[in-house]
Design a protein around this ligand. Structure first.
Ligand code: SF4
Length: 392
């Protein structure tokens, strides 16, 4: 039996793939065959014909950052004339606009600002919940650890306080590649692998759901891509806390790594499909239309992806690197239909929502419930909307 057939048999009978299997697939020339395998796994997880997306808004509350990652075109050093720190009133206005457009959450991320301690974040989250309540999907693990340093407080306490103040879930930003050799090369001042994963594990322990990401196509080897996936899979085995895995390719323009050759569509599709096959314990895999363009993201729906990510009303971090791919909802739904699926809007918990953001159907995450003895704890405003809509 040849190696690919052997792996295909493992996938068919649900046997976990080894790191060597994943590495083999990342080098296997028959890309459509890998796609078909990943598609079969997507179908197993998502028996219906729906492909989801979310309408939300990326609010970058500050671009001031002391961490100076080489791959980042967004940050400004403290004192730089282009540095900004959004006033609370501006943030509330942005959220109100988001809700008027049917948006269901904000993705709140920013630089590692030297003045942002836990009180500052508490003020921010409490202010949002009081003035413009919405699901706050916010702060990457590295922002949270930076806040711990500024506040001189342990992670568990900072997370507890942030959650009490209104933080609802944590995005997987700053995952890049979870191998310290790579992190030291591209972002030496940022959290290392164990720290990043440690924040996620603690968040899951405290009942917060998070996503996991991978930014690839820079200095990492294929082995290191697999190692990244392995470490995410390992945490998920313990906690079941990741709702989704999202991979995208490094965007070089306007960064210190501008001369790095960028990864093309074949490599993107192959890596996305292998992530679906190898990480067998995460339910949702998101395509990246911001970095790959809408056509390739549409194609990736047949390479294991079941979600087209976010229709972002505002995007600063990636657009600063010349990504002008912000698709409108109609375009995105067109792509989903063209790939043979039915579009469905969702929130962070993968509940289905209508075009106003009102909930239609609750999603039950069995693995999470089994580990944590209860379903997801949704924000009060979402529970109230469920109750108001009379849906369970
Ligand atoms: S990626 Fe984040 S932490 Fe790194 S320089 Fe940019 S804003 Fe700062």
């Amino acid at each position: 039996m040849n190696r690919f057939t052997d792996i295909a048999d493992k996938v068919a009978d649900g046997t976990r793939l080894s790191s060597d299997d994943a590495l083999f697939l990342l080098q296997y020339p028959d890309l459509p065959a890998i796609g078909r395998l990943a598609d079969s796994v997507r179908q197993r997880w998502h028996a219906g014909n729906e492909v989801t997306y979310i309408v939300d808004r990326n609010i970058n509350y500050t671009n001031v950052c002391v961490t100076l990652c080489k791959f980042c075109a967004f940050y400004r050093r403290p004192g730089h004339e282009e540095g900004y720190d959004l006033p609370l009133a501006t943030i509330y206005d942005k959220i109100r606009e988001t809700k008027e457009l049917g948006g269901v959450q904000i993705l709140l991320q920013g630089g590692h600002h030297p003045d942002y301690d836990v009180e500052r974040y508490e003020q921010l989250f409490q202010g949002i919940k009081a003035n413009a309540p919405i699901h706050i999907h916010g702060l990457s693990p590295s922002e949270i650890l930076h806040c711990c340093k500024v506040s001189k407080l342990p992670l568990s306490e900072v997370l507890k306080r942030m959650r009490a103040a209104g933080l609802d879930s944590i995005p997987g930003g700053g995952g890049e590649i979870l191998v310290d050799r790579v992190r030291k090369a591209i972002s030496p001042l940022k959290t290392m692998s164990d720290e990043w994963l440690g924040v996620m594990e603690e968040a899951h322990k405290q009942g917060l759901r998070t996503t996991a990401t991978m930014m690839f196509g820079h200095v990492e080897t294929l082995e290191e891509r697999v190692e990244h996936m392995r470490r995410v899979r390992e945490v998920q085995d313990r906690t079941a806390g990741f709702t989704a895995f999202i991979s995208w390719t490094f965007q070089a323009p306007h960064t210190e790594m501008e001369t790095t050759p960028m990864v093309g569509g074949f490599d993107y599709l192959r890596t996305a499909a292998v992530s679906r096959l190898f990480i067998d314990n995460i339910e949702n895999f998101q395509a990246s239309f911001v970095t790959q363009g809408i056509d390739l993201a549409g194609l990736s729906l047949r390479y294991g992806m079941n979600d087209l990510g976010s229709v972002m009303i505002e995007e600063n971090v990636v657009s600063a690197a010349n990504c002008e791919c912000l698709a409108q909802i109609s375009e995105l739904e067109k792509q989903i239909r063209a790939a043979g699926f039915t579009p469905a809007r969702r929130n962070m918990f993968y509940d289905r929502v209508d075009e106003t953001g009102a909930p239609l159907r609750r999603h039950h995450d069995l693995a999470w419930s089994q580990k944590h003895g209860a379903g997801d704890v949704r924000p009060p405003e979402l529970e109230a909307a469920f109750a108001g809509a009379g849906v369970g």
